[in-house]
Design a protein around this ligand. Structure first.
Ligand code: 5GP
Length: 211
């Protein structure tokens, strides 16, 4: 039987460099399976349908939700985003380490459904640096930049429940850190409720016998 693959969720502020880290990670380690999300937003210049996202109409998106075709979904600055269930489930079953690059509301849904998933949060070294990166990306209007900064302030409170924080100062280091973190986390022993319950029961029995 093929050993099941792991599931990693990567979130981070818009402009933290998640996208760049993912691209570099896949260049160096093409064995990872990066899930391609669906979205109702328009493609940015250079983005390709089926590669960066599956770009859907609102109607198509709503149909996927109704048919339970999404593992999680969320609204982000006026648009909808979601993770197609099929690709993730099939890849994990085939033994692949799957990565979802999604925002925090979606990450929370994954945490509920897949408690064994590994949660990484990417942040630039400072808030000022985040603002700088958003401004200099040059693809967003001032209004969108303001909304994204506002959203980052809200998301900051959510960083706390993630398993690992990845500070994206040097790109190569951040990429290696993500890779190492996933590989170590997936092999690390996990809290196993059944095993904990079993050992506690046995200890209680033994303690009672000793009386
Ligand atoms: P962008 O419009 O900049 O590509 O993405 C906006 C935000 O949506 C980012 O934080 C990105 O991680 C998140 N996102 C992308 N795909 C998904 C998805 O499938 N589900 C959720 N919940 N968020 C997503």
């Amino acid at each position: 039987m093929t050993k099941k693959g792991s599931l990693t969720v990567i979130s981070g502020f818009s402009g933290a460099g998640k996208g760049t880290i993912m691209r570099e990670l896949l260049k160096k380690h093409p064995e990872y399976a990066l899930s391609v999300s669906v979205t109702t937003r328009n493609p940015r210049p250079g983005e390709k349908d089926g590669v960066d996202y599956h770009f859907l109409t609102q109607q198509e998106f709503d149909r996927m939700v109704a048919e339970d075709g999404l593992l999680e979904h969320a609204g982000y600055v006026d648009h909808c985003y979601g993770t197609p269930r099929k690709y993730v489930e099939e890849s994990i079953a085939a033994g692949k380490d799957v990565i979802l690059e999604i925002e925090v509301q979606g990450a929370r849904q994954i945490k509920e459904k897949c408690p064994d998933a590994i949660f990484l949060f990417v942040t630039p070294p400072s808030a000022e640096e985040l603002h700088h990166r958003l401004t200099f990306r040059g693809t967003e209007s001032e209004e969108v930049i303001r909304e994204r900064m506002q959203r980052a302030a809200e998301e900051a409170g959510e960083m706390a429940w993630y398993d690992y924080l990845i500070v994206n100062d040097d790109l190569d280091e951040a990429v290696e850190l993500v890779h190492r973190t996933i590989q170590e986390a997936k092999n690390a022993p996990r809290r196993q409720p059944e095993m904990i319950a079993e050992i506690s029961e046995e200890l209680k029995k033994l303690a009672a016998d000793d009386k």
